[in-house]
Each structure stands twice: as structure tokens, then as C-alpha cells.
Design a protein around this ligand. Sequence first.
Ligand SMILES: Nc1ncnc2c1ncn2[C@@H]1O[C@H](COP(=O)(O)OP(=O)(O)O)[C@@H](O)[C@H]1O
Ligand SMILES: [Mg+2]
Length: 369
Amino acid sequence: MGELYVGLMSGTSVDCIDAVLVDFSGETSSGADIVATLGHPIPPILRDAVLALCAPGPSELDRAGQLDCQLGQLFADATLALLENTGIEPAVVTAIGSHGQTVRHRPPGSVAYPFTMQLGDPNTIATRTGITTVADFRRRDMALGGQGAPLMPAFHKAAFSADRDRAVVNIGGMANITELCADGTVRGYDTGPGNALLDYWIGLHRSEPFDRDGAWAASGRVSPELLNRLMADPYFNAPPPKSTGREAFNPTWLERAGEGLELAPADVQATLAEVTAASIADAVHAFANGGELLICGGGARNGDLMRRLRRRLPTWSIASTGNYGIDADWLEAVGFAWLARQTMRGLPGNCPGVTGADRETILGGIYPA
Ligand SMILES: Nc1ncnc2c1ncn2[C@@H]1O[C@H](COP(=O)(O)OP(=O)(O)O)[C@@H](O)[C@H]1O
Ligand SMILES: [Mg+2]
């Protein structure tokens, strides 16, 4: 049969895609026998789009490219510092699972060609650390029609599934739920905003990076009108699969909902906390009438948010994932180490029942050390 490879190339002229089928098992002097060739046309509209994007000048594209490499350096620094603290040599680490920094998430339904973009060049990470790096976890799931998110459910299942219903809620910038059914079924989705808007609002009014323990939110009163307007966002009632990010839940979203309302900043903070709690609680209710709710992510440290959740979920036993064996602050990073391990072992990492992908798949790209 030979040793067949396909080569694809589209050069600076953007004239067409050169496609070749090559046999490397041949006896010719070059060792590369061309079996077939194809000049595949590039539609003019795509060619124009490519050339427009190539136009030099200060652009979002340049900033993204620079940031990709800068963040790659920073992720490498983080790894090296982590290992230095332990005295463990990079050579004994099997792989790094690096999620990268999401700067855009356009899931199916939001644009014609859904995509997600995480920066933090894995080539840089692998080179600087000398450790094989697995990255770009989300896009294979998206290529299969999935949301590419949330990706934690497979790990939550591996770590926390039991013979009774459990929900795992991660409260990061956004929040997501994993539903672990006693029969082994896994469901899940992003519930909506987590801490991102709380961080934004306290940054704007008090120049603090976050609302420690939710103390400021606790000092305010929820505005029923603003709460209703925010909770009226169709995302909350949309059926899964669904995922979201700053593209949807951002300062503009808050400003629009608040138009015409005169509210004290602390009351807005209380209302934002209530939105996070209400959207999570609605998701938990929709799963089951009661059970065990495991919380992780920075939001688990927000006492006010936890009180709001407990008030809305009296039939649920709510505790940090720390009580179940994995520290709530580190759970997601552990999850990406686990996803890297899945990939290195040739095992799937997505849950099609969560993301809506056509099937299970191995996630990510491997960048050898
Ligand atoms: N002590 C605390 N009190 C209240 N909120 C906290 C506390 N510690 C962390 N947070 C919140 O958690 C966020 C970080 O959570 P994290 O799970 O790392 O999110 P992400 O996964 O989006 O990075 C902070 O921005 C902050 O809003
Ligand atoms: Mg974080």
C-alpha cells in the first residue's frame, strides 16, 4: 500500500489549495513519489476575506498573536515555578494539560462558523519546560458539532460519580453544572454568569478585584425589578446543550437591563449575586428535587453567594468538593491535567450528552517535548 501522506499548502498568493498524495515508500531518488495532485479552488469571497485579514497594521489579530506567545511564556513560567517548589524534575512529568486563556467563545447557534479561541502557545510551553504539552482541548468537540464546553463533566464523572444523584457546580467567571445521575448518565451546561460581573461591578465602584466573601453584596438589597430584567435573558431558559462567556454576560448586558433604574451600587451587587445564585439554583432544581451539591471554583469562597444558594436549595446538601477529596480552588486545573492524561492514553475527554457533539472523541493537540 505504501507509506501515504497528504500534504496541503496554500501560499501567500492565495491562488488555490495545493493538495498532494505522496508515497514515501518508493525507490525514487527523492524518496517521495507523488501519487496524485489537486489544485483545489479557493472561492473568491474567501480569498478576499483572507487578504483583508492579511492587511498589515495595528490590529486585533496582531494583539492576539503577541498575547498568544506572551501567555505561552507565562504558562511555562508557572509550570517551572511549580516544579521548582517541589524539587521534581520536568523530565519525570508525563505531560502538561494547558487550557489556555479564552479570549473568544462563539458556540453553535451564535455564528455561522462556530469557534473558540484560547491563547497561550503550547509550542512555547513545551519548548520552555521540556514537557510534552496537550492543549487546544475544545475545538475537536466543536468540529463534531459540540459546544466545546463545558469540558469538566467527564472528569467530574470520573472523580465524583456515586450510586445517588449528585450535581457539581463550578463557579468561575461563568458558572457551569454537571449532573451526575445515579444510573451513570452525565448531563451539564453553562448556567450563566458566575463571578465575572461581581468582579466588574466592585472594580468599577470600589476599585477592588473581587467582593471578598461577598461582603459588599451582602450589604445591599436585591432589586426585584433589575433581577427580573436580568433573569429574563433567554439564555437562562434555553435548553442544553449551551455554553456562554463574556460575549453574552458583560457590562453592556448589565447596563441595558438597568436602563431607567436608579439603584445604589451595593444593591446592584446584591442583585448580581442573586442572578448567579438563581440561575444556578434553577439548573439544580431542573435536575432533581434534592441530593448532594458539590461546589468548586472561586465562588465557593463567597459566603454571601453560598447563603443565597442554600436559601434557594433547602432540600440539597451543599458542600465544597474539598469534602469529596479535591480542593475546590484547584479542581478545574486538576481536570485539565486529567484531560491531558486521557489524550496521552488515547481516551476520549468530552461528554457528547453535555456538549452536543456527534460522538466521544480524544481532545486536544499533543506538542511533544
Ligand atoms: N474569598 C473570596 N470571596 C469572594 N469571591 C472570591 C474569593 N476568592 C475568589 N473569589 C472569586 O473567584 C474568582 C476566581 O474564580 P476561578 O474559579 O479561578 O474562576 P475562573 O475559572 O473563571 O478563573 C475571583 O475572580 C473572585 O470573583
Ligand atoms: Mg481562575
